[in-house]
Design a protein around this ligand. Structure first.
Ligand code: ZN
Length: 185
């Protein structure tokens, strides 16, 4: 059985019992902040709690490794929308220690794709259409370096307006402790 049915059953009661009431807020981030963080399961509740962030406070964009890999990809677009349409004024890129994206073995991952039915011809087609698959799935060696790269990408983005502060941090997924990589003061 899929997790979907379990969630739908819970959801029906949640709505019926009006358990949503404590979460009601607007679409505008009260703290004027956008966070880019990792999809790691340990951070789901820990990161907002450790930062005193409540529903309605911030925009949170998640990507594997908190990496912004393309200046015109969906993460950067989300940041720009948060700034221009939703009044965010500050950006934080928050990586974390012990991240699944550190030292990803790209060759093993691509081999796993083939084991699970992706045809070699598909990989060839992607290659000929200009995608370096290995580079695309590759993670990073140093989380600090990766965060710094993403911070620079945002700071130097041609569509970023003046006056937006962009910070880089790393969070401990066990304790929630934040270490500053680069503070934009
Ligand atoms: Zn991670």
């Amino acid at each position: 059985m899929s997790i979907l049915n379990e969630i739908l059953t819970y959801n029906q009661k949640f709505v019926e019992n009006k358990e949503y009431e404590p979460f009601q807020t607007t679409k505008f981030p009260d703290k004027g902040l956008v966070i880019v963080s990792c999809m790691d399961t340990r951070l789901t509740e820990l990161m907002p709690s450790a930062m005193n962030i409540k529903n309605g406070d911030v925009k949170i964009i998640k990507s594997a490794g908190a990496v912004i890999s393309h200046p015109f990809g969906s993460v950067m677009r989300s940041i720009l929308v948060a700034i221009y349409a939703l009044k965010a004024e500050e950006v934080m890129v928050i990586g974390h220690y012990d991240c699944g994206m550190s030292n990803v073995n790209a060759d093993a991952l691509i081999a796993e794709m083939q084991d699970r039915g992706v045809e070699p011809s598909t990989l060839d087609t992607l290659k000929y259409s200009g995608l370096d698959l290995k580079k695309w799935v590759q993670g990073f060696e140093s989380v600090e370096e990766s965060v710094q790269n993403s911070v620079e990408l945002v700071r130097n983005h041609p569509l970023l307006p003046e006056g937006i502060k962009v910070h880089g941090l790393v969070i401990d997924p066990a304790t929630g402790r934040l270490d500053v990589v680069d503070a934009d003061n």
